[in-house]
Ligand binder design. Structure first.
Ligand SMILES: [Zn+2]
Length: 280
């Protein structure tokens, strides 16, 4: 009798999941999911950000299941997004691959291009006791007015407790320099394309570690320059229009956009456990 009941429950469970996957409004998965705001907010949440390593199948299925917002997820919920725990064995992955293979693979490809090459938090930790550390909050799409009313496409890592030029900035990933030099909004900036296609934008630098030019190769962890407060002026070298900070922007190339920003906040939280140690 008990076995029958268990079998019945398992059957109902499968039917329910199948029904949900076939209902187009439920799992919010289609060919252009990565262009939607819910996806772009990258709400991994504390539990996923704390994981050491991510499994792309596990992460994709978990994010779909949570409708792209895992901020309320607990450790157990997050575990299927961890490398080696769940992943492709996740029953939802199996069903998604059966029901929406193209859409699922496409979305997993986007998560892969975001996470595959990320290695280090961009600001190393000081080896000297007492050096004030950087801080950052989720300021995604906060209002900005310089150069027109707009939403903040990035995350600001604040280093206002030390002089401009004090905090080293290292490359989060391997990549190739696409943009270098002065930009009115970004000041001394660098734009680096990772091998898997993510565009990483580092802005308001105090100066560069070397004279970067388009086409230069960059290694993950390589010193790019130093944190500053340059920008918000057409005049190259202008500083002091805001507090010292590193602006990090992350951009995807999608079907309809050359540069579509995603929220770096939770990604930076995930990377916080991978920090280099520098003497400053
Ligand atoms: Zn910013």
């Amino acid at each position: 009798m008990r076995i029958l009941l268990i079998l019945l429950l398992a059957f109902v469970n499968v039917c329910l999941r199948t029904y949900l996957l076939e209902n187009p409004d439920f799992y919010q998965l289609h060919a252009y999911t990565a262009e939607e705001e819910a996806f772009r907010a990258m709400n991994l949440g504390e539990a996923v950000a704390a994981l050491d390593g991510l499994d792309m199948d596990g992460l994709t299925a978990s994010m779909i299941r949570w409708e792209y917002d895992m901020r309320d997820a607990g450790e157990d919920d997050a575990r299927s997004a961890a490398a080696g725990e769940g992943g492709a064995a996740d029953p939802d992955v199996f069903l998604l691959l059966q029901r929406r293979p193209a859409e699922y693979r496409k979305l997993r490809g986007v998560y892969t291009s975001i996470f595959q090459d990320l290695r280090f938090f961009p600001v190393p930790e000081s080896i000297r006791a007492g050096t004030p550390d950087v801080t950052f909050e989720n300021g995604w799409m906060d209002r900005r007015t310089y150069g027109g009313d707009r939403g903040h496409e990035g995350c600001d890592i604040m280093g206002e407790n030390l002089e401009r030029g004090s905090y080293p900035v290292v490359s989060i990933s391997d990549g190739v320099v696409e943009k270098a030099g002065w930009l009115e909004q970004g000041g001394w900036r660098l734009g680096i394309r990772s091998p898997s296609g993510l565009y990483l934008y580092y802005a308001h630098l105090y100066g560069y570690s070397r004279e970067w030019k388009e086409g230069d190769s960059v290694s993950a962890g390589e010193l790019l320059g130093f944190m500053g407060d340059s920008g918000y002026s057409a005049v190259p070298g202008t500083t002091g229009n805001f507090s010292v900070h590193l602006h990090i922007g992350l951009y995807l190339r999608t079907d309809h956009y050359d540069e579509l920003s995603i929220n770096p906040y939770w990604i930076l939280r995930y990377l916080e456990k991978y920090r280099l140690k520098y003497d400053f």
